[in-house]
Design a protein around this ligand. Structure first.
Ligand code: PSU
Ligand code: MN
Length: 316
């Protein structure tokens, strides 16, 4: 997919990513809000590097995307990951609306699913792996809190591989909104049950189900063939062996939502607040939550890599 033309000095590629893209090798984009707003240092840096390695082990090149000093970086060196991970206090959480500010002010930050999709598309990377995407928040009737991720999926043709959305969100409204936005949602595995992050099942059905990387590659190719402006969501459930512990953590997350409401947290502070609360509420189990979280992201990265490989094979 040809890169959208933007001034080269604003888009910085690592040699590894530039070479892979030039040669048409499989590349998987990775987001960086996980690094800046999802986990404390040094876990965030270690996780980011572990996820990159999972992509490499599965035959693709990882391109972690972030904004550093006003430049959009497609692929980060270990030193840059370390820098971003250890200086999170000044990091901006970057979705579509935030680019004009961070680029013009020369700021740094982690890109959300929305922000990463935009940058991946500019760089010519059609597939991207993350943990979970943002969604429609419960109480949306009052707050209008709908993640920019959902509208981005409707307007940027990048396939996002994620474990669905957290059960704290309004999952059925999230799926309704994705339908309105024209986003093709597909579960990956044995069931059409849309996953809810640590819970492999939410009880809400996705419209389609696939279980082979080639199926996903064919769908991405169809989007490209039709030049649809919309992306797609490939929802991968947490592997069965982690499901029981996953359910316990989802319960803790639901408690954290209550707290956020009581504390009057709003806007883009909601998700980081909840993630931090869950660590506290699960106490002894927070280590488990961390381990599960890393397993979940790595599993998504593996699936995305296999899809990227299948897509590259189709192009040869
Ligand atoms: N969901 C998670 N963990 C996360 C996020 C979402 O379980 O770290 C991050 C992602 O970067 C996502 C963003 O794109 O939060 C959505 O934020 P908001 O709800 O403010 O749109
Ligand atoms: Mn929001």
């Amino acid at each position: 997919m040809p890169a959208r033309s933007i001034p080269a000095e604003k888009l910085c590629f690592t040699e590894e990513v530039k070479e892979a893209l030039t040669l048409g090798k499989p590349v998987v984009a990775l987001e960086s809000t996980i690094i800046t707003h999802g986990m404390p240092y040094p876990d965030n840096a270690q996780t980011a590097i572990a996820v990159e390695n999972t992509v490499r082990e599965n035959g693709a090149t990882p391109a972690t995307i972030a904004v550093l000093a006003g430049h959009i970086n497609i692929g980060l060196s270990e030193g840059q990951i370390e820098q971003l991970a250890s200086s999170t206090a000044n990091s901006v959480k970057i979705s579509r609306r935030d680019f004009p500010w961070v680029l013009s002010q020369g700021l740094s930050g982690g890109t959300t699913v929305s922000g990463t999709m935009i940058a991946a598309y500019m760089a010519g990377i059609p597939i991207f792996a993350t943990g979970g995407i943002g969604g429609v928040h419960r109480g949306v009737e009052e707050t209008m809190d709908i993640s920019a991720d959902l509208r981005e999926l409707g307007r940027t043709p990048v396939a996002v591989v994620a474990a669905g959305v957290k059960s704290i969100l309004d999952i059925s409204r999230t799926l309704e909104f994705l339908e309105t936005e024209g986003v093709c949602v597909v579960t990956y595995g044995q069931s059409r049950d849309f996953p809810a992050f640590f819970s492999p099942k939410s009880g809400c059905q996705a419209p389609y189900n696939i279980n082979q990387p080639e199926d996903a590659a064919n769908m991405i190719a169809a989007i490209q063939l039709m030049k649809l402006a919309s992306g797609m969501l490939i929802a991968v459930p947490l592997p069965e062996k982690f499901a029981v512990s996953g359910e316990a953590i989802e319960t803790a997350i639901r408690d954290a939502v209550k707290k956020a409401k009581e504390a009057g947290i709003s806007g883009n502070n909601v998700t980081p607040f909840i993630l931090q609360q869950v660590n506290q509420l699960t106490q002894g189990a927070s280590l488990l939550a961390n381990i599960l979280y890393i397993e979940l992201v790595k599993n998504n990265a593996k699936v995305a890599s296999e899809i990227a490989v299948a897509l590259a094979c189709k192009r040869e």
